[in-house]
Design a binder for this molecule. Structure first.
Ligand SMILES: NC(=O)c1ccc[n+]([C@@H]2O[C@H](COP(=O)([O-])OP(=O)(O)OC[C@H]3O[C@@H](n4cnc5c(N)ncnc54)[C@H](O)[C@@H]3O)[C@@H](O)[C@H]2O)c1
Length: 452
């Protein structure tokens, strides 16, 4: 079998060109959102490098290893350009993006000064907010309405006005708002009808993030969730997205500690090394950390962070190695640390004859610095998905999420390397190129198997 001739990948899709400008709608214009906006402008001006962004930096191998081509992703598939992005969004505090970026302290004033004007021009629209869902925040810049349906309609008006004012035909929404308290899907979340009735009745089970997601889908805007709360991840909204042919994806950006976890765990499993326990703690001092200091918001994050090991290690297949490991995740709010999060991991593993070993990881990362390129890639890939006629859950973007959405009949994929292959092979399919399986056998067995 030929390595490059694996499947029916010659299914070159019709992809509408990335014509005109692309609107970027951000509910929640805090540290992540303003670091993204500042970065996009700085890169556009040639003042900084888009490090960490696959759409801007990664090359994908096309063709056989004997005559390889390495194409930048943005040449392989038609993506919107940074210069075509127009930013808008909502927040429950009225500060413009420059003021917020200064307060967040992710980028220094020396860096921000290069894009001060662009940031100052972005003033958030009043948000849809309910304090029961983010108990540590009290907003002052908030919409009022007779029902949650009226609030959804007000958001749709914002979206339509933004598109019209900026002469945009396309937009993408990425939830960068605070983590809402943990909740599980209930009856009101099961069907479109029940959900819309719930909006009209202002059902307490419908949090603001779902109202934004509903408004986006109703406007035909692809919708992505960067936080661990449910938002678009409920049957009613996935059904609505399918029906309206809108791509959706989530949830919870995979940045610091979980990214490391999904790099290390597949390695341990590949080597058949056992796991006794994995203790992870984070020190974080930004506003996100303050919100997560509340038990309800932390629970949403804890659930999203906790699933990855079990999904990767498959204890049901390997009960002797992974049947009984102890996994604990903590987040400690520690204001002096600011956005510069410190992750500590202690990993107790076992080797040959059950002998114990330990791995320690101390990741001094920068939360929003890791998140911003993820948001940029999601914006560009979600827009690509829509132009390629892909709708509903975009599982190929699992790479970017701690708790990737998948069909109820499928287990989500958490292994970063499988996620990466899923993403790059999907791009190959979109470009009409052959898929890669990396077996390499065709270079040695060509004659025997009669491959091309
Ligand atoms: N930075 C990371 O590495 C990372 C990783 C994964 C997930 N996340 C998630 O991304 C989100 C943003 O993170 P951040 O560091 O920018 O947080 P942040 O606190 O700096 O920003 C969140 C913003 O959302 C606003 N907000 C809250 N509820 C809102 C609502 N209903 N409508 C409009 N605005 C609202 C807040 O006022 C705030 O300005 C959080 O949910 C966080 O958990 C971040």
């Amino acid at each position: 079998m030929n390595e490059m001739n694996l499947s029916n990948s010659k299914r070159n899709r019709d992809i509408a060109p990335a014509k005109g400008r692309l609107g970027v709608l951000l509910p929640g214009m805090g540290a992540v959102a303003t670091t993204l906006i500042a970065g996009a402008h700085l890169v556009k001006k040639g003042l900084a490098e888009p490090i960490g962004s696959l759409t801007q930096m990664q090359k994908i191998r096309i063709g056989k290893r004997t005559e390889p081509r390495a194409l930048p992703i943005k040449e392989l598939v038609p993506l919107a350009e940074l210069r075509d992005l127009v930013f808008g969004g909502w927040d429950i505090i009225p500060d413009n993006a420059y003021e917020t970026a200064c307060n967040a302290g992710v980028l220094g004033l020396d860096v921000l000064s290069g894009v001060r004007q662009e940031l100052e021009s972005i003033k958030p629209w009043p948000g849809v907010f309910e304090q029961a869902y983010v108990r540590r925040l009290a907003g002052t810049h908030i919409k009022t309405g007779e029902s949650k349906m009226a609030l959804a309609e007000a958001l749709m008006d914002d979206i339509k006005r933004f598109l019209a004012d900026n002469e945009l035909e396309r937009a993408v929404m990425v939830w960068c708002g605070s983590t809402e308290v943990y909740s599980e899907p209930g009856p009101v979340h099961q069907t479109i009808e029940a959900f819309e009735q719930g909006l009209r009745d202002s059902a307490p089970e419908i949090p603001p993030s779902m109202i934004y997601a509903y408004a986006a889908i109703m406007c035909g805007v692809p919708c992505t969730n960067g936080a661990p709360n449910l938002s678009v991840d409920i049957p009613a909204l996935t059904e609505l997205a399918d029906k309206r042919k809108v791509p959706i994806a989530g949830k919870d950006f995979k940045t610091g500690q979980t990214m490391m976890k999904t790099i290390i765990a597949p390695g341990l499993k590949a080597r058949m090394l056992g796991l006794e326990g994995w203790f992870s703690t984070n020190l974080i001092g930004n506003k996100d950390g303050e919100v997560l200091d509340d038990e309800g918001s932390f629970k949403a994050k804890e659930v999203s962070k906790s699933q990855v090991l079990e999904a990767i290690l498959q204890p049901d297949h390997y009960p002797d190695l992974y049947g009984d490991f102890y996994h604990k995740v903590r987040i400690q709010y520690y204001p002096p640390r600011g956005d510069a999060k410190e992750g500590w991991d202690n990993i107790d593993i076992t080797g040959w004859l059950g002998q114990p070993m330990q791995i320690k990881v101390n990741f001094l990362c920068r939360d929003s610095i890791l998140a911003a390129p993820i948001v940029l890639d999601l914006i560009l890939f979600m827009d690509l998905a829509q132009r390629a006629g892909m709708s509903g859950i975009q599982e190929w973007l699992s790479f970017y999420f701690k708790a990737p959405m998948a069909l109820p009949t499928l287990k989500p994929e958490h292994d970063l390397f499988i996620q990466h292959l899923k993403l790059t092979n999907t791009l190959r399919i979109l470009a009409g190129e052959e898929l890669l399986n990396h077996s390499g056998l065709d270079y040695y067995e060509d004659e025997r198997v009669g491959a091309l």
